[in-house]
Design a protein around this ligand. Structure first.
Ligand SMILES: C[S@@+](CC[C@H](N)C(=O)[O-])C[C@H]1O[C@@H](n2cnc3c(N)ncnc32)[C@H](O)[C@@H]1O
Length: 240
């Protein structure tokens, strides 16, 4: 896939963008965990632990792991709690990776699209998503869906790449982002997937813009926690 394709991704029609993103995840699914560790120098693990730590989970919670990928978040939850977790992703290959990783736990797996969640309203105590939202073709619609399926006072926890506040860190990340696609080419023979990663980070709303989108979807009491100066951030929001 050529780089111009990536530059124009914002202008694509919905189906074309969805197919492109799904193909990316199908191609990287087998090396997904390895590449995450490599590119983040293992930091994504600490960030995910932090996300689970701030969620007030108990053994009776019902939790949706939205855009679960290979199931990292659910694994952390299930090691600590015997609550109900549903692993949900639009890509079957990624779900298969999750099934392997989570084989010791009782989990329900669903293959579907975040824009049309197959759950009744007011169902979940928590919905969590890490590094998934920026891949959704229609973020607003997905947020409306998350709001619909949460119970009253239920919370949505969203961790995503964000806007770095510190000038020095921003420069370092800018330089690092030039290397990432080369890593992708070298270690997984897939430069485009990692070009896409960088492009999707650049195109994604910053902390303030995402907060506005959450408000528009009906969420309240929105809190933002920056990680590493805003390289990533966690948005916590509540359904009232
Ligand atoms: C970067 S991975 C993140 C996986 C995992 N949450 C993590 O933090 O490692 C993004 C995931 O979002 C999924 N995805 C993309 N668009 C989606 C959609 N519209 N609905 C559900 N999942 C989607 C992809 O298939 C992929 O598994």
């Amino acid at each position: 896939m050529e780089n111009n394709f990536l530059k124009n991704i914002k202008t694509f029609d919905k189906n074309k963008k969805e197919n492109f993103i799904s193909q990316i995840f199908s191609n990287v699914s087998k090396q997904y965990d390895f590449m995450n560790d490599l590119m983040s120098l293992g930091l994504h693990r600490t960030w995910k632990e932090k996300l689970i730590d701030i969620m007030d989970i108990n053994n009776d919670s019902i939790i949706l792991d939205l855009a679960s990928g290979s199931g990292d978040l659910t694994k952390i939850v299930k090691k600590k709690f015997s609550c109900d977790c549903i692993v949900f992703d639009s890509n079957l290959e990624m779900i298969n990776q999750a099934k392997t990783k989570l084989q010791d736990f009782k989990i329900k797996y669903i293959n579907g699209n975040a824009e049309s969640l197959p759950f009744k309203k007011n169902f979940f105590d928590h919905v969590m998503v890490s590094f998934g939202l920026r891949n959704f073709t229609d973020i607003e619609r997905s947020l409306n869906e998350v709001h619909r399926i949460l119970r009253k006072n239920g919370k949505f926890f969203c961790m995503e790449f964000s806007e770095i506040n510190n000038v020095m860190l921003r420069k370092i990340f800018f330089l690092y982002s030039k290397i990432i696609p080369k890593y992708g080419k070298f270690f997984s023979d897939n430069e485009v997937a990692y070009e896409y990663l960088i492009q999707s980070i650049r195109n994604f709303p910053n902390q303030i813009q995402l907060t506005k989108k959450l408000k528009k979807a009906g969420f309240e009491r929105i809190e933002v926690i920056d990680i590493m100066g805003g390289l990533a951030s966690i948005h916590i929001s509540e359904k009232k």
